[in-house]
Ligand binder design. Structure first.
Ligand code: ZN
Length: 198
């Protein structure tokens, strides 16, 4: 039986596809949106479309950016021979906030997770390996200390070691399972400075 008009149903359905939004939240959001002033809803629709159409992956580090090359990769003052590997753009932002890291990044856009069926080919590893064909002194693995993050770190270290490039892992001062973005800057810096060679 259909309780709502098909427009409302499709709105609920689309919102329900978002992560962390169950059927009840999707309904609540849908009715909230329908009660918003029309111009506000149009603005929301516009920014969604604009963001999706204009944001892309940096052709070097794979972070999300408006440009072909992101501002960090384009900055000649950064140390391009030191690459910190993170899982996502939020982790990159966490390290950038410390204002102490001078190298560049590589954003995997995920982590290896056999449980979720995410294999090495599903994350941006090939792109990382391609970058290592250039002049690189060190790869700092800063994936999370979750099971997925550790699995990914191990996998990367096995890939990088034969190249002779130094591979290090940020220190385990970072709480287990803790997302990097929630960790304070002092702890992040300590983790970076206390990194150990793999
Ligand atoms: Zn970049």
């Amino acid at each position: 039986m259909e309780y709502y008009s098909s427009h409302i149903n499709s709105l609920i359905e689309e919102l329900g596809r978002l992560p962390g939004i169950g059927p009840k939240s999707a309904q609540r959001l849908a009715f909230h949106i329908l009660n918003m002033p029309q111009d506000q809803v149009h603005r929301l629709a516009d920014v969604l479309r604009d963001a999706r159409d204009n944001v892309r992956y940096c052709s070097s580090c794979c972070t999300l950016t408006d440009q072909e090359i992101c501002p960090i990769c384009a900055n000649p003052n950064r140390n391009h021979r030191q690459i910190m590997v993170v899982e996502n753009a939020r982790d990159l932002a966490a390290y950038e906030k410390t204002q102490k890291y001078e190298g560049v990044y590589h954003v995997l856009q995920g982590a290896i997770s056999p449980m979720l069926g995410i294999g090495p080919d599903e994350i941006r590893l090939k792109e990382l390996m391609r970058r290592l064909e250039g002049d690189v002194d060190e790869v700092i693995i800063a994936t999370n200390s979750s099971l997925e993050g550790e699995t990914t770190a191990m996998y990367i270290s096995k890939l990088v070691k034969p190249t002779g490039i130094r591979v290090s892992r940020i220190a385990s001062g970072v709480p287990v399972g803790g997302d990097l973005e929630y960790i304070d800057e002092v702890t992040l810096l300590r983790a970076l400075e206390g990194r150990v060679d793999l």
